[in-house]
Design a protein around this ligand. Structure first.
Ligand code: FAD
Length: 386
């Protein structure tokens, strides 16, 4: 046995696999074509307890460790759909900044939304500011007991279905990241509206929209942390959520490998199964090598987080490796299927479309390489490497 899962972890994995096969797998093709978030599947997902795994027990969640959440999500993604998970799981991930920087009252209020089956979304990106987060233009101007927000956000996962948002806006553009401030904002706040919905290449079961702030008055009591702390909170959040974000790449890659392996054993060319050609067998072997390496990186990162070790450089390494790996693996899976790989009738083209996002969101892979190389530049070459 490669991984020594505890009895509980094994049980959690099996339950997640069974849930994904029964409740998600039969429907994702239909919703992929429609490009729609399946609300009725979400209800079952919520009832099964998958929306509250990471929320601490004192706020009504299950307080599972990072590795446990990773193992569950791995199965839900591999046998279900990673796009569905992106929106269905955005509630907990959007709440994390509030857990990191918020007051007890704010955490409780936010938690109540998620625990009762509501949705939440995290919003930093803007039309003119993605990788360069310091240049965000959505402003928050203090006015007595309120802040007045103006600006436009884009690519907000679950933006169209959320009941509450974690939003980053600047109180002083001249201060760059030190002006960025975090707010929790209820959906029905006057001046907040949902803009266009993206028609995406992949992750089509997730909902992704613009958000518009037009003199949106947010109570000052909804500010999470001090003015100017928003960027730090968002980065801390990423350090803690990297494995949960990256395991989706492992899920997709393993699903693509399993489909390609089955096909290569069944499909015959020149009188023998494809897999009996060493070129194909080695391709499959390389795909599994890459996927296994990624899985180990994610698990190690999750174990570190469970021990309270938050390492941005390592998180970036994990994220980058997974994002590159899943694209390579799914492109090769399509290749093994030949013409059928290009057809929507077979499963691998969707996996390839879903894979691409892992090198783009939560900090594109080029940006991760900037983080990694900057850390390398500071390294003391005489010291033992961590
Ligand atoms: C499906 C989906 C869901 C998303 N969900 C969310 C969400 O919930 N909340 C949220 O806030 N955002 C979300 N995003 C936004 C996502 O995080 C951004 O798209 C991402 O950070 C990249 O920003 P950008 O699109 O503006 O690209 P840009 O910043 O314009 O970059 C374009 C390209 O240039 C590269 N690049 C940029 N600067 C450099 C540089 N200095 N050196 C080398 N290369 C560089 C980038 O890596 C990228 O490949 C989502 C995006 C998508 C597509």
């Amino acid at each position: 046995m490669k991984y020594q899962y505890t009895e509980l972890q094994q049980e959690l994995r099996q339950m997640a696999k069974d849930f994904a096969i029964k409740e998600i797998a039969p429907y994702f093709k239909e919703y992929d074509v429609k490009g729609e978030f399946p609300r009725e599947l979400f209800e079952k997902y919520h009832e099964a307890g998958y929306t509250t795994m990471m929320i601490p027990e004192e706020y009504g969640g299950q307080g599972l460790g990072c590795l446990d959440c990773v193992l569950i999500n791995e199965m839900l993604g591999q046998y279900g759909d990673v796009g569905f998970l992106a929106s269905a799981g955005s509630g907990e991930l959007s709440m994390m900044p509030v857990i990191i920087g918020g007051t007890q009252d704010q955490i409780q209020r936010y938690g109540d939304v998620i625990i009762t089956g509501g949705h939440a979304a995290f919003s930093l990106t803007e039309p003119d500011s993605g990788s360069d987060a310091a240049s965000i233009r959505t402003t928050a101007v203090r006015d007595g007991d309120y802040y007045v927000l103006n600006g436009r956000k884009c690519f907000v996962t679950s933006g169209g279905i959320a009941d509450i948002y974690t939003v980053l806006a600047t109180v002083d553009r001249s201060k760059g990241t030190r002006g960025i401030t975090c707010f929790m904002i209820e959906r029905d706040t006057p001046g907040l509206s949902v803009g266009k919905e993206e028609d995406k290449m992949g992750l089509r079961l997730s909902n992704t929209t613009d958000l518009i702030f037009d003199n949106c008055r947010v109570p000052a009591a909804n500010r999470v942390g001090d003015e100017g702390m928003g960027f730090k909170i968002a980065m801390k959040n990423l350090d803690r959520s990297r494995p949960v974000g990256s395991i989706g790449a492992v899920s997709i890659a393993q699903a693509a490998i399993d489909h390609a392996l089955k096909y290569a054993k069944e499909r015959k060319t020149f009188g023998k199964p494809l897999i009996e050609n060493q070129a194909i067998a080695f391709m499959l072997a390389d795909m599994q090598i890459q996927c296994e390496a990624a899985r180990n990186l994610v698990y190690r990162c999750a174990e570190n987080i469970d021990k309270g070790i938050y390492d941005s450089e390592f998180g970036s390494i994990v994220k980058t490796f997974c994002g590159d790996m899943v694209m390579d693996v799914t492109v090769n899976a399509v290749q093994i299927f030949g013409g059928y790989g290009y057809s929507r009738e077979y499963p691998v083209e969707k996996l390839m479309r879903d894979a691409k996002i892992f090198a783009i969101f939560e900090g594109a892979n080029q940006i991760q390489r900037i983080v990694i190389s900057r850390a390398m530049m500071k390294r003391d070459l005489n010291a033992l490497k961590d």
